[in-house]
Design a protein around this ligand. Structure first.
Ligand SMILES: C[S@@+](CC[C@H](N)C(=O)[O-])C[C@H]1O[C@@H](n2cnc3c(N)ncnc32)[C@H](O)[C@@H]1O
Length: 222
């Protein structure tokens, strides 16, 4: 197995072969929520987001902040409490209902006529709007993120790094080269930090390291 270090100093696997055709279907995600197999949810929020929030916000107030694949991320409540408005997209209605219930937030539901089967769950206060649909119903993920960004937008993107030949995912290994290939022609990509997130769960998957790698993306004008 060829391994080299990317600009972030994180091992880059030249072959993501084992994960190349691996897809987690909508049904599998719904089942994870139903079976409470939600080890990905951080009840205390993501430490890297807390640590780098200033870089993302750059002192701005009243922002509209997008959480793709939001689950029931607690940061959505924090940011709304700070005066920002939040838009999320999540395929599991259960996750969204848990979000509102766990924060004791009243909300209302309405269909989204443009997307068949999609619903919007919106806090009664109006500052949190969570769309229940697949993000792929909106557009392909990376191009959607680019179209949502304006000149001064900042996008904090966290990826995970491990040996993809040892675990089939999810979460999926995303090399820096992939970030560059998806976003590099539109965005300046700044590597911020990598942290060791290795735990017993990862050891049981057969891994010997597991890193989280954080990037800050900013749209570059043409
Ligand atoms: C890694 S989890 C993120 C969870 C979130 N950070 C939290 O704290 O709950 C990924 C989430 O994306 C959702 N998801 C997966 N594929 C999706 C898709 N195509 N469209 C919308 N949501 C999706 C899953 O149901 C899951 O809740």
């Amino acid at each position: 197995m060829e391994r080299s270090a990317g600009a972030a100093g994180v091992p880059e696997h030249s072959d993501i072969g084992a994960q190349k055709n691996r897809v987690v279907t909508k049904e599998e995600w719904l089942q994870k929520w139903e079976m409470r197999n939600i080890g990905f949810h951080k009840q205390q929020g993501h430490p890297l987001l807390q640590k780098h929030l200033d870089v993302l916000l750059s002192g701005r107030s009243g922002l509209r902040i997008f959480f793709p694949l939001c689950g029931k991320a607690v940061e959505m409540k924090w940011l709304a409490d700070m005066g920002h408005s939040v838009v999320g997209v999540e395929v599991s209605e259960q996750a969204l209902k848990e979000f509102f219930a766990e924060h004791s937030l009243p909300y209302c539901e309405e269909p989204v006529p443009e997307i068949s089967g999609a619903k919007k769950l919106q806090s009664t206060s109006g500052n949190i709007s969570l769309y229940c649909c697949s993000i792929y119903d909106l557009s392909s993920y990376a191009s959607l993120m680019i179209t949502l960004m304006e000149e001064n937008s900042s996008y904090l993107l966290v990826t995970v790094s491990y040996d993809p030949n040892k675990h089939e995912g999810p979460p999926f290994y995303v090399p820096e080269s992939e970030i560059k290939s998806l976003f590099g022609s539109h965005c300046e990509i700044k590597y911020l930090e990598k942290v060791d997130d290795f735990s017993e769960r990862h050891r049981q998957w057969g891994l010997d390291y597991f890193l989280e790698v954080l990037y800050l993306l900013k749209l570059v004008s043409d």
